[in-house]
Design a protein. Structure first.
Length: 314
């Protein structure tokens, strides 16, 4: 998927583009989800609801979905609270275990519950909505329950200088042998790993960036604008869903079989000069993605099997 923004920002009153929200989370049917610490002691949901209170639907699994939703609402359950077991839900709803499993598959794909093998099923945290096509810092693109996210912390994993691959050099409009900075950072929301980020910036456009490492825990766009007059006015991005590498799963603290959303993009200034090729990895179960805009400038080559590597000295 390609998402592109306008050459320059427009006043809010002039924005006419429709907003599309993609929810790419959820585990494969029957698969356990990643850990959700919850930050508080977990409590069980207790006894079931009277069968007469459940809606009569054509599909039996919908009765289980309704039961779980009622349990969450009536008992004031919050993220991290334990729900009844498969057997208890089957007994309360008067259905089979297979039907309960199908209902929980749907609820997990919808982001309402998370299942942990050997532990049980828990109320899930709400997904965070991010607007990747919105220019500016990551914090500005995030919202939780309609409100801006505020507890963002950045851990710099490394800043290295190396040579870009031919594909990166083409996207940045530089010679293949021209040096680039490779900046790797881990973004944490409320203390939990949330986004793994890699940014490739031509050294010629940001000389002596390594002297500013202490300031790279904030917005890199604010820093690039203040120090090098590189203002993020336009972006193109591609979004893919895939499995993480072992290192990526370790840094994001993901369990086996958890998928990530990978966004590869390019930032350019108002004159169309590319200055940053970036990659962001989001745990798919934690985020939903909102897109707006209709420009089609196609500065960034489609990902496919493109090489986004940077060869850095050992």
């Amino acid at each position: 998927m390609s998402a592109a923004g306008p050459p320059a920002r427009q006043p809010a009153a002039e924005m006419k583009a429709p907003l599309m929200v993609l929810d790419l989370g959820g585990s494969p049917p029957g698969a356990p989800g990643p850990d959700d610490p919850g930050g508080r002691p977990r409590r069980a949901a207790g006894q079931g609801l009277p069968a007469g209170r459940l809606p009569r639907t054509a599909l039996l699994y919908e009765r289980v979905v309704a039961l779980v939703e009622q349990l969450i609402a009536d008992r004031g359950l919050v993220p991290g609270d334990l729900l009844p077991s498969y057997a208890e839900l089957a007994d309360q709803a008067g259905v089979s275990l297979i039907t309960v499993r199908r209902a929980l598959d749907q609820l997990e794909r919808a982001g309402r519950v998370r299942r942990h093998q050997g532990l049980g099923t828990f109320v899930a945290k709400p997904r965070i909505v991010t607007e990747p096509t919105r220019t500016g810092s990551l914090l500005a693109t995030l919202a939780k329950d309609g409100e801006p996210a505020t507890h963002l912390h950045t851990r710099v994993l490394g800043l290295d200088q190396g040579e870009p691959s031919a594909d990166l050099a083409q996207a940045l409009r530089i010679e293949t042998g021209s040096p680039v900075w490779r900046l790797r950072r881990l973004r944490l929301l409320d203390g939990q790993p949330a986004v793994l980020e890699t940014s490739v910036i031509p050294v010629a456009l940001a000389p002596e960036l390594d002297a500013l490492v202490s300031r790279l825990t904030g917005s890199r766009y604010d820093l690039l604008a203040a120090e090098y007059d590189l203002v993020d006015a336009y972006e193109e991005q591609y979004l893919e869903v895939l499995g993480p590498t072992g290192e990526e799963a370790r840094l994001l603290e993901l369990r086996a079989r958890t998928q990530v959303v990978r966004i590869r993009g390019l930032s350019a200034d108002s004159a169309g000069l590319p200055f940053d090729c970036f990659e962001q990895l989001y745990p798919a179960h934690q985020f939903a993605f909102a897109f707006a805009g209709s420009a089609t400038r196609q500065l960034l080559p489609a990902p496919g099997n493109r090489d986004w590597g940077v060869r850095c000295p050992a």
